[in-house]
Ligand binder design. Structure first.
Ligand code: MRU
Length: 353
């Protein structure tokens, strides 16, 4: 794995160049902006596990390119053997993170292309690369459509809004533009936004580190608060709406997103504020009837007791570190997708649309 400094002004968390992948190293932002060179499917799996690349749609794009790298590693020219090896690579990539369904969605789409391509391995590999590139391109278009529909879904009053968001849902978490942050970006461009409040998002601090960094780059006014300040800010009438992203949405609209999202939804309800989820339809798992079936990733205890090299508390106590929680559909005002904003109960009508 090699790291280089990024020079381009645009944010591409995943980039294919010279038959390899370049990932912006999100573990080093905002202190350092650099790319990591990924040359094998195993290196891609480790990059997803260690959160060099993170955010549901970005993980899907990264896994798709991981499959392309894997295809390049396979030496046989027999389709059946190729498919068996590719399936093993897919299984390894699928083991990296359990909650974001975009990972499994992208891997399944890649496997289907491989199965349905003709007998020549060189053609299958070419089709896999094209598919990964399409997944990436479509995600940017999808995010722009989410931004457009989100702008229409925002409350009409007040005319200029202050929006609270959680975790990071911008260009870094997608192929570009962003989901919840895409809506915020649209609102800013349309002159409907005063500022964003970004929850710091313990324990990995995606809000403080990544959302704040992206907003600064875009010139969007941003105020970082600790997660425990959200209730106070709402009580002080500093917030007009809450918008978050999603890692997996069940058919009834129950939504898994970064830990702390559920608390925000409860708080929004208590303060009569609209609570929106912005996500592509690839984040909806229509096979799950509700959120009880969503697997919740448990991460390392060190994420809680340590920040960087600084130890925050005694290590010899028990730690519980679920990376996501599930917000019940009843607390969600609307789910904003590329096909429009719908109530959770209407989500089912977007299946196969
Ligand atoms: O653990 P992470 O950083 O991958 O979690 C990311 C989130 O929870 C995001 O809110 C979600 O993936 C939406 S990304 C557009």
């Amino acid at each position: 794995m090699t790291t280089t400094a990024c020079e381009s002004n645009s944010i591409y968390p995943v980039r294919w160049q010279d038959n390899k992948v370049w990932l912006i190293d999100q573990t080093r932002l905002p202190m350092e902006y650099g790319e990591v060179e990924i040359t094998s499917s195993e290196a891609m799996a480790r990059a997803i596990e260690t959160m060099i690349v993170r955010g549901a749609p970005a993980i899907g794009v990264a896994a798709a390119y991981g499959m392309v790298l894997g295809a390049q590693e396979i030496t046989t020219d027999q389709k059946e053997e190729f498919l068996a090896d590719l399936t093993r690579i897919a299984d390894r990539l699928a083991q990296t993170r359990p909650t974001a369904v975009n990972l499994f969605w992208a891997i399944e789409r890649m496997l289907k292309v491989a199965r349905e391509s003709g007998p020549e391995v060189a053609v299958i590999t070419k089709n896999l690369l094209e598919t990964a590139q399409n997944i990436q391109k479509e995600d940017v278009e999808t995010c722009r459509a989410i931004g457009h529909h989100g702008l229409l879904a925002l409350p009409e009053q007040p005319e200029k809004l202050t929006i609270l968001t959680h975790c990071n849902t911008g260009s870094l978490a997608t192929a570009g533009y962003g989901t919840a942050l895409g809506v915020i970006r649209s609102a800013w461009t349309a002159g409907r936004l005063i500022q964003v409040y970004a929850d710091e998002t313990r324990p990995r601090l995606q809000g403080a580190k990544l959302t704040a960094w992206e907003c600064l780059r875009e010139g969007i006014p941003v105020t970082v608060i600790t997660d425990s300040m959200a209730a106070h800010c709402m009580q002080q009438k500093l917030i007009d709406a809450v918008i978050v992203g999603a890692d997996r949405i069940a058919a009834n609209g129950d939504t898994a997103n970064k830990i702390g999202t559920y608390s925000l939804a409860v708080l929004a309800k208590a303060h009569h504020l609209p609570f929106y989820v912005a996500a592509p339809l690839s984040t909806v798992d229509f096979s799950l009837k509700d959120g009880t079936g969503i697997p919740i990733e448990q991460r390392d205890r060190a994420e809680i007791y340590q920040v960087g090299t600084t130890t925050l508390c005694p290590r010899d106590v028990n730690f519980y570190n679920p990376a996501f929680d599930v917000t019940p559909a009843a607390l969600i005002t609307a789910i904003i997708t590329e096909k429009g904003a719908v109530t959770p109960a209407e989500l089912i009508f977007l299946q196969d649309s």
